[in-house]
Write a protein that binds this ligand. Structure first.
Ligand code: ZN
Length: 268
């Protein structure tokens, strides 16, 4: 059997300064691959440069719902040009955040989300989706936009209720991956949903440098606002094994398979 490897399905390594050390620590923890998401046009090049430094950093470019107001005319053409330049660039982080609708009105968020889904479909690329307080809307949009063709997608740092989870599984059994972060596996109400999600539709992530749950970190943390790093992914993994009551070997093997299924061309 292969040594256990874990794959970080969603992070923002472009926001971390000491990248070499962070990658070394991740590797020591058995974390070998990283789906790295842009959040606005400003950081797309940084994300793509990380992929040049290390091909196991898989680049996604997109406009996150919080950063829509900073988008500059012509972003769609520039996004398409980058996607056309390589079939190993994916789409993310995109989506809806109704909790933060002050940052961008809901209608505008929806417009950007739909436009980016259409681009992902045109270039047949995986999408990484942010969804907060908008599950019904996200499902409706995905169903409308993916009527004729589909691409795999990651529901990142998943915290959806069972009703929505079931709906996503029913409509997109082969496309949806629920990616679990510390935040997803920490609360009992989410754990009861995770128990029921088939392991064939699960990935794990850190969302590094955010979404840390201090109580899950065994070592003392000095900073008041500590950052999250890919080296902490095994903590999400162990918690997932506990929730699913599944062995580490079996779970790691399935997560690896899931990652390969949605990203057959990436270096996994
Ligand atoms: Zn993110």
């Amino acid at each position: 059997m292969r040594a256990r490897t874990l794959l970080d399905a969603h992070c923002h390594l472009q926001e971390i300064n000491i990248i070499e050390r962070v990658l070394e620590e991740a590797n020591r923890a058995g974390v070998t691959d990283f789906i790295c998401n842009g959040i606005q046009e400003n950081d797309w090049n940084q994300v793509l440069e990380l992929n040049i430094i290390n091909s196991r950093i898989i680049p996604c470019i997109g406009i996150h719902p919080w950063y829509i107001n900073s988008a500059i005319d012509g972003w769609e053409e520039r996004m398409e040009a980058l996607l056309a330049s390589s079939n190993k660039i994916y789409v993310g982080e995109i989506g809806l955040d109704h909790y933060k609708s002050k940052l961008a009105p809901k209608m505008l968020q929806e417009d950007f989300f739909r436009r980016q889904i259409r681009i992902a479909l045109k270039y047949r690329r995986l999408m990484s989706i942010h969804c907060v307080s908008a599950f019904g809307k996200v499902i409706k949009i995905l169903r409308q936009e993916m009527k004729n063709s589909r691409v795999p997608f990651i529901m990142h740092s998943y915290e959806g209720p069972w009703e929505m989870t079931q709906e996503l599984l029913a409509h997109f059994p082969n496309e949806v991956m629920f990616s679990l972060s510390m935040v997803s596996v920490w609360k009992a109400k989410h754990q009861s949903v995770i128990e029921r999600i088939p392991l064939t539709n699960i990935l794990i992530e850190t969302d590094s440098p955010s979404q840390i749950i201090k109580e899950m970190i065994p070592e003392p943390l000095e900073e008041e606002k500590p950052q999250n790093f890919p080296k902490y992914l095994p903590l999400v993994f162990s918690q997932l094994c506990r929730i699913k009551n599944s062995s580490e070997e079996e779970t790691a093997e399935q997560l690896y398979h899931n990652f390969q299924k949605i990203l057959p061309d990436a270096h996994v």
